[in-house]
Design a protein around this ligand. Structure first.
Ligand SMILES: *[C@@H]1O[C@H](CO)[C@@H](O)[C@H](O)[C@H]1NC(C)=O
Ligand SMILES: *[C@@H]1O[C@H](CO)[C@@H](O)[C@H](O)[C@H]1NC(C)=O
Ligand SMILES: *[C@@H]1O[C@H](CO)[C@@H](O)[C@H](O)[C@H]1NC(C)=O
Length: 185
């Protein structure tokens, strides 16, 4: 059991490093993989952490230059993963349109082979202003240009686990839905 935890931590690192465009480290199989084949591992490495993004632009955003983001995080490991912090720049064509840092309290617990909602992240800076942000709505996707996260792998119900800090993660073309609040009469 302990050996397979070590394998899966390597797998998790490989997943996130590959997302960052850095070649994944060689996966050394230390022990039993609990039914995972090498192909399963390679498939897991090709998936990203952020499955989709929802953006909310309110009437207040005009004044504050801030919006709210919510994302679905996916865990392709057969161990629970808990997300403690995220710091992220996202945008289009290498131009940053959204930037935020969030400490999750309570942390986001992503079950084994499951997904979890980040909950609303307020105070997302509209780096290109509201007009810039409105102009990219029709694309319905955002690239994660730079993301730093702290996670705990093999947590139990969000408690404990092996802490990992990963910097420089990237992901292309994450499906993004926008909701723009308008005045209604
Ligand atoms: C994001 O993905 C989750 C899990 O697949 C799904 O339940 C949710 O509806 C999706 N949200 C959007 C905005 O597409
Ligand atoms: C991620 O961390 C690096 C190194 O500490 C830092 O230079 C970068 O600005 C951070 N990125 C974000 C989006 O916070
Ligand atoms: C992104 O780059 C492509 C190719 O250069 C260009 O066609 C597209 O208009 C750009 N999109 C934005 C939103 O800047």
């Amino acid at each position: 059991m302990f050996a397979s935890v070590r394998v899966l931590v390597l797998l998790c690192l490989g997943l996130l490093l590959k997302v960052a465009g850095v070649p994944a480290p060689t996966i050394e199989v230390i022990g039993a993989l609990d039914g995972l084949s090498e192909d399963d591992i390679i498939d897991a490495l090709d998936l990203g952490l952020v499955q989709n993004i929802s953006v909310l632009i309110t009437l207040e955003s005009v004044l504050t230059n801030l919006m709210t983001i919510d994302f679905t995080a996916e865990n392709t490991l057969i161990l629970e993963m808990t997300l403690d912090t995220v710091s992220c720049s996202a945008g289009v064509n290498d131009t940053v349109f959204a930037s935020f840092s969030q400490t999750f309290d309570p942390p986001v617990v992503i079950p084994t082979l499951g997904t979890a909602d980040s909950g609303p992240i307020d105070n997302v800076d509209m780096v290109q202003g509201i007009l810039g942000t409105l102009s990219i709505i029709p694309l319905e996707e955002l690239d994660i240009l730079d993301m730093n996260i702290t996670i705990r792998v093999a947590s139990i119900g969000g408690v404990g686990g092996i802490p990992l800090a990963l910097n420089g993660l990237m992901q292309s073309d994450v499906p993004t839905k926008y909701t723009v609040e308008t005045l209604s009469f």
